[in-house]
Design a protein around this ligand. Structure first.
Ligand SMILES: Nc1ncnc2c1ncn2[C@@H]1O[C@H](COP(=O)(O)OP(=O)(O)OP(=O)(O)O)[C@@H](O)[C@H]1O
Length: 323
């Protein structure tokens, strides 16, 4: 994009030990919103920050956007420190906020021109029409913003964040309250921006959204990053489960009928089944054990923190729907 190819950083965003404590005020106690967060977002990726309400996602984004002061640690955007290279770091990032605060009496083209002016982009370098086209808003370039649909407004917010041609784009819950069709459209636009070289950081409550769009996912909960991996690796971790069965009697040898399963036999009365949640159901395993005439005394499943979070997140997605 606008940076010199010879100086392209490996990481679009790099956080080290980033910590934010909101001070106590009035009746509310001090709140640790981010605790010692290390995160490296590769240049050119679509990176998902996944976490439930209150996890600390907005705090992280607001620190990058310069709206919230960190308590300690460091944050670099495009290899520019947000404290010592504030102005350049700010110019390297475009942030699309959650709220759709579009001024209703301006047209999309006027809004982009105004925004470009705010960022000091000289008129000859402005690309309002190109940006509107990239986001499928050419038809509406001269319509009052108040006549735009919710999905168009959201795309206009993305367009506004792109006027200064930042190499890093942050989308804070881009599809909250957006119906399925518009969600697909928005995802297509995000993919296109990414294909054209923009690194995208998006926050979401929805595993499905992160899975669909992101190359890498970090899961954040209670201010800490509890998992960070490539999307396939993370999904594989979420998918790998084990079921331990304690038998009522000692077992000398695993019955032939069970050898198709991936089983450990660590103790005479214990069998541990390893399975992929996407491929097998627990009931199938229990049925097979019963069919082999083995008496079950107890059953336990392993529940890692990650799985708890995963359950929490997916449950949240179903309960809330698009909000
Ligand atoms: N200005 C503030 N003053 C005090 N506490 C705050 C402030 N902003 C956020 N918090 C607290 O910090 C924690 C993290 O909030 P944050 O908004 O970063 O979470 P989030 O992951 O973005 O949540 P959501 O998905 O609901 O937007 C929460 O407990 C929140 O109540």
């Amino acid at each position: 994009m606008n940076a010199d190819v010879t100086t392209l950083p490996n990481y679009a965003v790099e956080l080290k030990g980033l910590t934010k404590t909101y001070q106590a005020s009035g009746k509310s106690e001090a709140k640790k919103a981010l605790i010692d967060v290390d995160l490296a977002i590769p240049r050119g990726s679509v990176f998902g920050l996944l976490g439930p309400n209150g996890a600390g996602k907005s705090t992280m984004i607001n620190i990058l956007a310069g709206l919230v002061n960190k308590t300690s640690g460091s944050a670099r955007i495009w290899d520019l420190d947000i404290n010592s290279d504030t102005r350049q770091a700010r110019a390297a990032i475009g942030v699309v906020p959650q709220e759709l605060n579009v001024d209703p009496f301006f047209t999309p083209r006027e809004l982009l021109e105004l925004q470009a002016g705010l960022y000091g982009v000289p008129p000859r370098e402005r690309q309002s029409d190109e940006i509107l086209a990239a986001l499928g808003l050419s038809d509406k370039a001269n319509a009052y913003a108040r006549t735009l649909s919710g999905g168009m407004r959201r795309r206009l917010m993305v367009a506004k964040a792109m006027v200064h041609n930042p190499p890093v784009l942050v989308l804070d819950e881009p599809t909250a309250g957006v119906d399925i069709e518009l969600r697909q459209q928005l995802w297509a636009h995000v993919r296109e921006l990414n294909a054209n070289g923009t690194t995208v950081l998006l926050t979401t409550h929805y595993l499905e959204e992160a899975e669909e769009l992101c190359d890498q996912i970090a899961i954040i909960n209670h201010g800490r990053v509890i998992a960070c991996d490539t999307t396939p690796a993370l999904l594989a971790r979420l998918d790998n489960k084990s079921l331990a069965i304690v038998l009522a009697e000692d077992l000398q040898q695993i019955p032939d009928s069970l050898t198709t399963f991936n089983i450990d036999h660590p103790e005479p009365r214990k069998l541990v089944f390893h399975y992929r949640a996407s491929e097998s159901a627990v009931s199938g395993i229990l049925d097979a054990v019963s069919a082999a005439n083995l008496k079950i005394a107890d059953v336990t499943t392993d529940q890692s923190d990650l799985e708890d979070i995963f359950l929490q997140l997916t449950r949240g997605a179903h309960d809330e729907g698009a909000h």
